[in-house]
Design a protein around this ligand. Structure first.
Ligand code: ADP
Ligand code: MG
Length: 227
């Protein structure tokens, strides 16, 4: 059997939000491991803590208690600069695409390269076109996002998430705003890219129509993992 290499390791992770004068704990000591190249779906009802878990893993929320390790790097106690560095190795896909409507599809996909010193205007355009080709919408490159369908816009978001060749993609309800057919296409593209590029995908959803794309399904209920 092929050796499984841990790429993300979560230990004793707790997270609380301030609610009035009190702290409300929404993640209760979560332990989880993710292996290189696998697609894991985290399922759970609304309010179970899925987005919070993804944000902590994505270095978008500070670790309060416990730890998340990405590769050899511990998010606990990392400086803002180190967190920014780690985010460069992560791709994010959200429910709403967060595309900018005043610029072209191509420019949206190029955005993550804006602060990348190794990307010139020419190479960044080439990479963006290639990423768009990967998700099958190269022909839409020069349109404004508002002229695309919901499914096409989500593909743009996938291309944008991939442009920096992340080792890990974190997807938060990527099919939530799509009809069944577009949702299907989007998750199949996510699966395809994960398998061809060796990307680890952690996808949270409560859409049980897409569970078959996962290598592994984990349940999160009331802030606790139930395998
Ligand atoms: P899910 O993504 O599974 O729907 P969330 O992680 O968004 O769950 O939310 C888990 C719980 O934390 C919910 O009860 C939600 O109301 C609460 N919550 C989420 N974000 C915040 C926040 N920024 N401030 C206070 N409470 C929050
Ligand atoms: Mg959520």
């Amino acid at each position: 059997m092929e050796e499984e290499k841990t790429i993300i390791s979560i230990r004793g992770l707790r997270h609380s939000y301030q609610e009035g004068d009190e702290m409300k704990e929404v993640l209760h000591s979560v332990d989880m491991d993710f292996y290189k190249g696998e697609i894991v779906i985290i399922m759970g009802p609304s309010g179970s803590g899925k987005s919070t878990l993804l944000k902590v893993m994505g270095a978008q929320l500070t670790i309060q208690d416990g730890d998340v390790r990405i590769g050899d790097f511990s998010l606990k106690g990392a400086s803002p600069r180190q967190l920014m560095e780690i985010r460069r190795h992560l791709g994010f896909i959200f429910q709403s695409h967060h595309l900018i409507n005043s610029i072209s599809v191509l420019q949206n996909v190029q955005l993550p390269l804006a602060f990348d010193p190794t990307a010139t205007a020419k190479t960044s355009k080439e990479r963006a076109l290639k990423a768009l080709a990967t998700v099958g919408i190269e022909s839409q490159a020069f349109k404004k996002p508002s002229r695309l369908s919901g499914g096409q816009r989500q593909r743009v978001a996938i291309a944008r998430a991939l442009i920096r060749k992340p080792a890990i993609v974190l997807a938060d309800e990527p099919t939530a705003s799509l009809d069944e057919k577009s949702g299907r296409e989007v998750v199949e593209i996510i699966r395809e890219m994960a398998k061809t590029l060796g990307v680890t995908v952690v996808l949270v959803t409560h859409d049980n129509r897409i569970l078959d794309i996962a290598d592994r399904i984990v349940k999160l209920v009331d802030g606790r993992i139930r395998e």
